[in-house]
Design a protein around this ligand. Sequence first.
Ligand code: FEO
Length: 248
Amino acid sequence: MARRKGQQPEYVVICREFNRKMARIDITVIDSGVTEQLLKGLVMLHMRDPHKRYFLTNKKDYQKYGALMKKQIETMSIQNNKKIVELLNDQINKELYSAYLYLDFSNYYKDNGLDGFANWYNIQAQEERDHAMLFVQYLQNNNAKVILEAIDKPDKEYTKLNDPLIFGLEHEEYVTSLIHNLYDAAYSVKDFRTMQFLDWFVKEQGEEETNANDLITKFNLFGSDSRSLYLLDSELAARVYSAPSLVL
Ligand code: FEO
């Protein structure tokens, strides 16, 4: 039906309130006939309380598709899935532990005069911190609470120069299993956004395992001869840091 001149279209506001404990979301429907004024009011309200998000829709559409719209709004965030948020938070801790572990490797090589190996693991530690920050940012982008827990102390003991290389591969395989577990949890609740975010990590883990394997292979080939070890150390000294390709 055509609107008469000067008549305001009728709108419906759906308010979504993020529960701070992340376990529940509340959706309220507020009817209103006001438009521009209403929008300004909503922006003000959102600024006052970022845990509330407002969605504006045409009243006629709402009458027709209301239930579907509410469903879509429910699934617009990971926040309604406590398990996923917990696992994402846990992954922050695991990535920071990885950084800690690689820093320990780096210190061990530094102490043993292998500055190239030390450099390689120092950069690896930085990459792990980047991974942790990607999880932080992803949670924040989705209005989910970031919870930081204590980071375990690296407790590896090194008796041979290639021990950190072997521990490194084992650790990356473990991290791969964590990422796959997270992916599986997201898949089971049709959390497509988290799955898409994790795609980058699935690929990254493949590369990390390959790098860890390559280091072991090279050490097995060259590690027992001091001149070859010096050359391998020089090769690893050339590694430079580059920021992750994933941008959120
Ligand atoms: Fe971020 Fe090497 O796992």
